[in-house]
Design a protein around this ligand. Structure first.
Ligand SMILES: [Mg+2]
Length: 277
């Protein structure tokens, strides 16, 4: 039996989603912001093979082709990794590395540099992992060092987390550095920008009446949800409900596909009241 808050969240979500979808139309520009891992794609032990759920790419291609909606990926990954996984989708706007790196559809790119003091802390974080021979689990990203444990036994993962947490506690005390616990790993990274900053940068240049949604699954998406909550629709995409600043909750992949289908329908059909099927 689902939890009571889960029932409430589900009931509320349907109404909130329908109200939002009703604001979309072929003649009105709209913005669809999407996290990647856990939102568009299921987690994989090999993160370079975490491809989108079947059906997601054709829908995104059609939404992009309609020319009404600006699709924006907001991810913790470096931009080139998401580009590779989203193929054949191209010319897409991506905010990578939690907003440190911004790529526009025309190829224009803007990267925020890391100050040397913070780069030195990240270098130290990397060294502590190497000293424990964890090379295979390390990922170096713009502005961050990650230890991954997806695919490892639970007790190994717990030990790795505890050890790394201890190793990095001192480094994380710097006011411009943070420790991020996420699904399948831990990351030491620069405090800002975060996904909320990326969402805020997008909102800043939009007309007030442009419908905007942001779909995400993880704790790092909550920064984006909070920024969007007064202005658009933040949506939690997750199998299980958890407390969130999002205003709607959908389960992947079925609800996600249905949402994207409805988005496409609303932004392309001259009679959006027509049933989908
Ligand atoms: Mg995610």
């Amino acid at each position: 039996m689902p939890h009571l808050t889960e029932i409430a969240a589900l009931n509320q979500s349907t109404a909130v989603l329908n109200d939002f979808l009703a604001t979309l139309s072929p003649s009105n520009p709209s913005v669809l912001m999407l996290d990647y891992d856990g939102t568009l794609a299921p987690f994989q032990v090999d993160r370079f093979h975490a491809y989108p759920y079947p059906g997601v790419l054709p829908l995104l291609e059609n939404i992009q082709r309609s020319g009404t909606t600006r699709i924006i990926i907001v991810t913790g990954r470096p931009i080139h990794e998401v580009q590779a996984l989203l193929q054949p989708l191209t010319h897409i706007e991506i905010w990578g590395a939690h907003g440190l790196d911004h790529l526009l559809p025309d190829g224009t790119r803007r990267q925020i540099p890391i100050v040397p003091e913070l780069a030195a802390i990240l270098e130290q974080a990397q060294q502590t992992l190497k000293q424990r021979s964890l090379e295979d689990q390390i990922e170096i990203k713009p502005g961050g060092v990650v230890l991954h444990w997806r695919g490892l036994p639970d007790d190994t993962a717990r030990t790795l987390r505890a050890q790394t947490f201890e190793d990095w506690t001192l480094l994380a005390q710097h006011p411009s550095i943070k420790l991020l616990d996420f699904e399948g790993g831990i990351e030491l990274r620069v405090l800002r920008p975060d996904k909320g900053d990326a969402v805020a940068a997008v909102l800043k240049l939009l007309a007030r009446d442009t419908p905007v949604a942001f779909l995400g699954d993880d704790f790092t998406d909550e920064d984006g949800f909070r920024v969007l909550s007064h202005r658009g629709l933040p949506i939690l995409v997750r199998d299980e409900y958890r407390e969130t600043s999002a205003r709607a909750w959908i389960k992947p992949p079925e609800d996600l596909l249905r949402f994207l289908e409805q988005w496409l329908h609303r932004t392309t059909s001259t009679n959006p009241a027509d049933p989908l099927h």
